[in-house]
Design a protein around this ligand. Sequence first.
Ligand SMILES: Nc1ncnc2c1ncn2[C@@H]1O[C@H](COP(=O)(O)OP(=O)(O)OP(=O)(O)O)[C@@H](O)[C@H]1O
Ligand SMILES: [Mg+2]
Length: 234
Amino acid sequence: MLDVRDLTTTYGAVRALDGVTFTAPQGRITAVLGANGAGKTTLLRTLSGLVPAASGSARLGDTDLLTTPAEEMTRAGLAHVPEGRGVIAQLTVEENLRLGALGARGGGRKADLDRVTDLFPVLGERRHQVAHTLSGGERQMLVIARALLADPAILLLDEPSLGLAPRIVTQIFDLLRGLVDDDGLTVVLVEQNARSALSISDVGLVLDLGKVVVHDDAAVLVDDATLRHAYLGF
Ligand SMILES: Nc1ncnc2c1ncn2[C@@H]1O[C@H](COP(=O)(O)OP(=O)(O)OP(=O)(O)O)[C@@H](O)[C@H]1O
Ligand SMILES: [Mg+2]
């Protein structure tokens, strides 16, 4: 379980996170929602050690995330798929995947590579294609597959649906749901697309100006029209 308490992150005078407290239960999807600039990306970047916290705590099981260096996060069981679908453009799909397996807790066996290409058949078909020639959706699948190869306990995803066709979004979200239900993966899903995110999530967390304004079952957020109109835009 991810346990975050009173987490504050500042960029100079900007308090991007201001005393954020929540837990993300194991084997569940927690959707992190909120307007542009609410602090969603900062939350993920703080948890994965890419920006330092000013105060508070964040623990993943026994691991203190705030004192774990970013390069040791994979071994600690945390994988972060940042915004923007970064792949190594000149390498093939397979080479990108093999990089994801480096430093994996299980050592990145061939069986794992076969497993992610089962999950994303298109990546198997395109394993020898150079990554910069993939479509946006294929590239998003590649970065998620690469993160899964590290065999994470928790997967942090920053706007995986951005710019993708609705059909591809549904496909990726269904696959995430399957990984959570079948393998006990824990997911923290940052999304602008609140409606789709909540449809596959167990819990919803809404940030506003760096503070948690709602933290409840996803179904409660979906059913509360006032709250939806105020924060979620649907
Ligand atoms: N490197 C930085 N330096 C200064 N301010 C920053 C930096 N990164 C983010 N901020 C500020 O921190 C606040 C939170 O930004 P953050 O990127 O976490 O928001 P977000 O919820 O992910 O927004 P979006 O939905 O647009 O991606 C914003 O006011 C932003 O301008
Ligand atoms: Mg963001």
